[in-house]
Design a protein around this ligand. Sequence first.
Ligand SMILES: Cc1ncc(COP(=O)(O)O)c(C=O)c1O
Length: 417
Amino acid sequence: MPDWEVVGSSGAWLHLVDGRRVFDGSSGLLCANVGQGSPKVLSRIEEQFAKYSYGGAAVVQPHIQMELMDRLCRAVGRPDDSVALTTCGTLGVEVAVGLARNITRVRDRKRRGDILTSSLSYHGMSALTLGLAGNHARRPRPEDALGLGPAFSPPYPPTHPHSTGACDASCADVEIAHAIDNIGAENVSAVLIEPVNGSTGGAYVPPAGYLRRVSEICREREVLVIHDEVLTGLWRTGTPLASDHWDGAEPDLCILSKGLGAGYTGVGAVLVSPEIAPLIRHKNADPLPAMGTMATHPLQAAACLGVLDELESMDTEAFQARGERLRAGLQALTGLPSVRDVRGLGFLYGVELASGLLWPLMEETEKHDVFFYPFTGAGDPRSEGLVVAPPLTSTDEDIDFMVTALTAAVTTLARRC
Ligand SMILES: Cc1ncc(COP(=O)(O)O)c(C=O)c1O
């Protein structure tokens, strides 16, 4: 991994102390989605700073947080949702789990404690979320996993082998319906899933109809669906939410984070659908698991509003054309002997490499003044490759530079294959 001393930045570019400019094809940790140094974000923060920098929701009226919640829900096409704000993605997942348990318990008075997750997943770095998720590199020792672990295989061939054919929507029946029925639906609160796999597997996209089938299976069993869109939310996959790519895929709860703060602030947001949100306030409901000291920080809300200003002022057609330009550029890599697969959507791609090439390619891309996030994800032996995720506000020239640099680095490596 590089160890660059950064002395400046502009858009997707980092300016190094030695005068070089490096293109960040990873958007930081897949969060600096509107690039560095946004004047819109700065002006929102300055405006709020001049009013007051911290009050706490118990002391001052949370106008700016209310404005953010309302604006966010409309931006992602869920205008009637309720929102809980947190300081990061992990806490968003924690709060979503707590809310799902409360909601399902008050609804039918059963145990409803279990949260089912996929064996190819990452949901954060708390004890609970690490215990729940399947990410092999981050799983705690069995004795430290709180008795938790993933419950089903995702619909991607390396983790879900088929004797014939590829994965399809019926994988949800084979895996998720089976897992819920095995445990007993009365014990299950929710299925927690990344609608498009992020950095664990390297941008795997589920087969058509899969997420709809997951929702149907859960609804039939009165189990909630939580989408972890910490990484994919807010246009990373080309649409406001990754689930927008498929009909009938809307979840009951949805967690947003990285793209909302865009690297300017830590933040998480849990969106709860209007059908179930009133149950949180039901007289028999358990105490709310929400709110920390910094969860409703006014400067956080201001930064997020600035990010939404950036995202909503993007020229939609040009944005989609840029996504297409990126897709076409990366697809052209598929013929090279060092590349096993190129997959993804919008501004989130995985370039899977032949075994053993990841770290040499990381070095080679560095020589071409570009950086990508590595993945070592699925299957046995583990697949490996680069997550390609430039800022959504990259220019056409930026995308061309990045794709040309990556192609040159991969071609150099292919000669060694
Ligand atoms: C899908 C997903 N969920 C949750 C998290 C945790 O978010 P955070 O690092 O902000 O706590 C991440 C972080 O990478 C993520 O990719």
